[in-house]
Design a protein around this ligand. Structure first.
Ligand code: DSN
Length: 424
């Protein structure tokens, strides 16, 4: 037995058990989802797709992957689903590869306003191989201005437009994005990595009605294993209306599948796909809708508590599971310093650039907070009021190690009543 690594895994379990997890992109899977990832399925090579593999012995994994695909289609009302992307970034890379030529223009949401690296950031493949242009939020409202998106699209004529973010607390107007995409002949991609679980239960607008392609991760609000997916809604399989020389429609689903494999990836991770299938089954249940609504209620209570106590929430509130807090309303406090102080109290958040930030991404003027993980642990609105009090206390005593240590002890005692993975 590798005691070194086993002890470190135990240490991480203790950290997760006793701390308060507020990173907006994290969650706690069910024990069953987690167990599936540590099974013999990891040993199987299965390049290709169910029924069309390049290896023998794929009968069982074919069944598992087919169930994952069918459950995902049912969950979102999708016509097409690919469950093989290893991550959200790789799902996006496969879509870019499938739909674009090097140098094509892509219009995405600015990373420094809340977008994502894989939507055209110059340090990412998407900004190196393609030509990125961006829309952002308005300085006064913190909201995306759809008229501005339209103006940029008309000027830049992108081949692909992307709606979706890592740190935007408002819902998306997918219908208007689609109308703009149609004006300039662009494909429209919604990256729903963050709000996917909430969308799946009808708690936020539905991108599959309007966007040609939808990508996501599976481990954020969807509460599955770490991974990615690609979907298409009904009637989007031939967005160009083009046919082959033989008169057959050119199918986007086939192009996307080949973008993932063999385009971007080799063998799919069938142990992860099994865990995805289990989590999609969980998300199909009615109780997952109750969970999603609680995530939103908790985020709203927390955002209101911050606002009522003089913190500036970008856009003035939240429709989803997260909020971006501009700490410039609290003097010289930086995101980096607050993240470090909170970690000492076993409260985990991440520092985050805010729109029009004058500090670097390593320092930042903001923090991002999400409620999905602690809602999975059983937190309701009263627990989130307590979370606000702890964070506010640390802001007020940021250099007082004793005060921080007292909060840590309180947090650790509090979390004893919210067990995590008692099976272990
Ligand atoms: N960077 C991740 C997040 O935290 O939102 C998404 O990839």
């Amino acid at each position: 037995m590798d005691t070194v690594i086993q002890e470190l895994i135990s240490k991480e379990l203790q950290r997760q058990r006793h701390g308060i997890e507020l990173i907006a992109s994290e969650n706690f899977t069910s024990y069953e989802v987690m167990k599936a990832m540590g099974t013999c399925l990891t040993n199987k090579y299965a390049e290709g797709y169910p029924g069309k593999r390049y290896y023998g012995g794929c009968e069982v994994v074919d069944e598992i992957e087919t169930i994952a695909i069918e459950r995902l289609k049912e969950l979102f009302g999708a016509e097409y689903a690919n469950v093989q992307p290893h991550s959200g970034a790789q799902a996006n890379a496969a879509i870019f590869l499938a739909c674009l030529q090097a140098g094509d223009t892509v219009l995405g949401f600015d990373l420094s306003h809340g977008g994502h690296l894989s939507h055209g950031s110059p340090v990412n493949f998407s900004g190196k191989v393609y030509h990125p242009v961006f829309y952002g939020v308005q300085p006064d409202t913190g909201l995306i201005d759809m008229d501005e998106v339209e103006q940029i699209a008309l000027k830049e004529r992108p081949k692909l437009m992307i709606c979706g973010a890592s740190a935007y607390s408002r819902d998306w107007d997918y219908a208007r994005f689609r109308a703009i995409a149609d004006q300039v002949g662009a494909l429209l991609l919604a990256d729903i990595a963050h709000p996917a679980g909430l969308i799946s239960k009808g708690l936020l607008n539905d991108p599959l009605q309007h966007c040609h392609i939808v990508s996501s991760t599976t481990h954020k609000t969807l509460r599955g294993p770490r991974g990615g997916i690609i979907m298409m809604g009904k009637n989007f399989d031939n967005p160009w209306g083009r046919t082959t020389k033989k008169g057959n429609p050119i199918k986007m689903s086939a192009i996307l599948n080949s973008g993932v494999f063999p385009g971007m990836q080799g063998g799919p991770l069938e142990h992860i796909i099994a865990a995805k299938a289990i989590s999609f089954g969980e998300a199909l249940s009615d109780s997952f809708k109750t969970y999603g609504q609680q995530v939103i209620d908790n985020a709203q209570v927390l955002a209101q508590a911050f606002e009522a106590n003089g913190y500036k929430i970008i856009s003035g509130g939240t429709d989803n599971h997260l909020m971006l807090i501009d700490l410039r309303s609290k003097g010289d406090l930086t995101g980096r310093d607050l993240e470090n102080a909170l970690v000492k109290a076993d409260i985990t958040i991440n520092k985050n650039m805010v729109p029009f930030d004058d500090r670097s991404p390593f320092v930042t003027s903001g923090i991002r907070i999400g409620t999905s993980a602690m809602t999975s642990r059983g937190f309701g609105t009263s627990e989130f009021e307590k979370v606000f009090e702890w964070i506010d206390h640390i802001v007020a005593h940021i250099e007082n190690e004793e005060a921080i240590s007292r909060v840590r002890k309180e947090v650790n005692r509090f979390m004893d009543d919210y067990p995590l993975y008692p099976e272990i």
